[in-house]
Ligand binder design. Structure first.
Ligand code: NIG
Ligand code: FE
Length: 395
């Protein structure tokens, strides 16, 4: 059972050795471990916390869609833009035309920015190919980035992100194609750990979602789902039925579905930057979820409709628009997010034996992180015990 433990101050000092957290304790205890080779850093007045884990990103895409912003201001809805061949389908055209190298380059810039804002582990989805070659090219780009970039990546196959233009009006046929032609190769080449789908009115039905996710489960992939973003179709109940690791968006999810999620331990991935980018007034009912015992994770949902790399921004939105206590928001952006991508054994909290993925923030305490918003509070980033950013900011 995955539960939410609000983040709490754990120690005054921490010791790192061989990339792992060796110990946590009082200044005296930790200084007692030092020898002549130890580098001792005094961080008085700053806050240390685990690196952010971003469990839901559409990292791989070409182009951008800034021209949709005025359309949204004039009242065009997300599904109207998509139905007219824009939105995801616009990005699909650009992504099909991009080479693997171009996708890697564009994603590298995003990952650099994520790291600068304190994300040390992230999930990354395909989903702007919607044909076999481009879906594989996107997952290969993620595999390459996983080897070369400091940010640790967990790959997800989102071949069912939208119905491509070639299959317009025939979502059933497209799902059959994904199951018979694309999924087997993704699984055989171990290009993804998870399979995701956009279960939404006018996109993929619950039946289609069940077909694809069941096939993915048989092929050994973990499951995630985009559900209840605009219309409540039953995608979250399906996540409970199949034991998905997470369900995301959840703008319209019912109390009954919250109970199911709590019982089965399906993590709610809340993406408050998305309603922000869609200029909506409503946010997911995070307090009701937490009261029902649903484990809650936070994520950027980084994508061309909602482009932010900053988990700090997401934490502020969660605090101000969903009333998450700062310590709940921090736990949701670290520990619970690590559970949401099956990495809770190694990352997501400051515990002895876990990877030393540590942030130093220019914040007096953890309450200051959402309180001082709209800026980058990161002074230094440590990944697997190495200072990867902000060495010069250390005393
Ligand atoms: O999670 N809602 C579906 N997919 C993405 C958006 C993708 C896009 O608009 O390019 C999401 O928000
Ligand atoms: Fe998404």
């Amino acid at each position: 059972m995955r539960t939410l433990n609000p983040a709490r101050p754990v120690a005054q000092a921490l010791a790192i050795k061989d990339g792992l957290i060796l110990d946590l304790g009082s200044n005296e205890e930790i200084l007692g471990l030092a020898n002549e080779y130890t580098r001792v850093i005094d961080l008085e007045g700053l806050t240390l916390m685990p690196g952010f884990v971003d469990p839901h990103t559409h990292l791989i895409f070409a182009g951008q869609r800034e021209f949709e912003l005025p359309m949204k201001q004039s009242g065009a809805s997300y599904l109207e833009i998509l139905a007219s061949g824009g939105g995801i389908l616009n990005t699909v055209r650009a992504t099909r035309n991009a080479s693997r190298e171009e996708l890697v380059m564009a994603a590298t810039a995003r990952l650099d920015r994520m790291l600068a804002f304190g994300t040390t582990t992230a999930e990354a989805k395909s989903g702007y190919g919607l044909d076999k070659d481009t879906e594989l090219k996107s997952l290969e780009a993620i595999a390459e980035l996983a080897k070369t970039h400091t940010v640790e990546l967990v790959p997800t196959f989102l071949g069912a992100h939208a119905v491509p233009e070639e299959y317009k009006g025939a979502p059933d046929d497209y799902i059959e194609f994904v199951i018979s032609d694309v999924l087997p190769e993704v699984a055989a080449r171990k290009l993804a750990e998870f399979c995701d789908i956009f279960c939404e009115k006018g996109v993929f039905s619950v039946d289609n979602s069940r077909k694809l996710l069941s096939a993915a489960q048989k092929a050994g992939l973990g499951l995630r789902i985009h559900s209840d973003e605009i219309v409540r179709l039953g995608g979250t109940a399906l996540a409970v039925e199949l034991g998905a690791v997470s369900a995301s968006h959840l703008m319209q999810t019912s109390d009954q579905e919250f109970e199911g999620m709590a019982e089965r331990g399906v993590i709610a991935e809340l993406l408050p930057a998305t309603p922000f980018a869609l200029m909506e007034k409503e946010y997911p009912r995070a307090r009701a979820m937490i009261e029902a015992g649903v484990p809650v994770a936070l994520s950027t949902d980084l994508n061309p409709n909602c482009w932010t790399e900053s988990m700090q921004f997401v934490i502020a939105l969660a605090a101000y628009n969903m009333k998450l206590h700062p310590s709940e928001a921090l736990a949701a952006a670290t520990r619970n997010a690590a559970f949401a991508i099956n990495r809770a054994d190694t990352v997501g909290s400051l515990e002895v034996g876990k990877q030393a993925d540590v942030l130093v923030l220019d914040a007096k305490n953890h309450l200051t992180i959402p309180y001082h918003f709209g800026v980058n509070l990161i002074e230094t980033v440590i990944k697997k015990g190495k200072i990867v950013l902000g060495e010069k900011n250390l005393p």
